[in-house]
Design a protein around this ligand. Sequence first.
Ligand code: GDP
Ligand code: MG
Length: 295
Amino acid sequence: MQHSEQHKSGYVAIIGKPNAGKSTLMNRLLGSKVSITTHKPQTTRHQILGIHSEDDLQIIFLDTPGIINPRYELQKAMMKTVDRARTDADIILLIVDVTDYEVPGRIFKMFASMKGKKIFLVINKIDKTSEQQVKVVTQNIQERFDFDQTLLVSALNGEGLQGLMTAIKENLKPGPPFYPKDMLSEQPVRFFVAEMIREQLFLLYHQEIPYSSTIDIVQYDERDDLDYISADIIVNRNSQKGILIGKGGKAIKKLGKNAREVIEDFVDKKVYLDLHVKVRDKWREDPNRVRHYGY
Ligand code: GDP
Ligand code: MG
């Protein structure tokens, strides 16, 4: 795919205390089609991802569990979240509920240690209080860290969100789209389908194959009579491709048959599973690819 030199893209991590309005904000920024709030934090292994695409730009939002709490185990989880944000995100949005605005000091320490990231303060729920209170809270937090931008919003009624979008777009760097332009989110069914194919890799292959492979669902068409699924099996090195396919395609046929049966059971429908093996040299070492494949 060719993309113009002008194309911009970037990852935007949304962090903040539980209930600050992170998920509501992401939904509003993405539009009504994505309902990512149904995910339960305990069951979500992956970061929740929302994609906003335009002809010349793509923004990938990372909605984090956002546990910001002084207790030790929670602190660890928060550290992980912020750590991932640190490595993945180009822009970090600190969402603060204007009516519950305490932010632990170490958040600011961590921000101070991050280089090359834009950090925006997003004061949310301004619909809930007076202008005066918004001002006091904003000044209070601004005194503790030198944010690149400060935005006052209501994720609920949409106030200030256009300004936030504009600020994000202005801070995107030139880069390619990481996802198809019509993709809005990780699809739960796709995700499980990929896991089921991956499971077969573990059952049928030995040594490093399962560990150096991942599954990329490139097409999922729900048709009346069956689900058409096209999936790439991504391997790390060219030599692994032959092993995966096997003599006369025998190995991959078995993989395809087994996976199809499990998926048919799961979606309760006939499935046509179209598998292709692709070599992506050292994909595991490439943060963009790793992110693209959903880790
Ligand atoms: P998260 O835990 O940070 O993801 O927070 P949620 O997005 O789940 O929101 C927590 C609660 O705050 C929900 O009841 C939302 O409806 C509410 N909320 C989020 N944004 C706003 C806002 O701008 N104004 C008001 N009044 N409520 C909001
Ligand atoms: Mg949430």
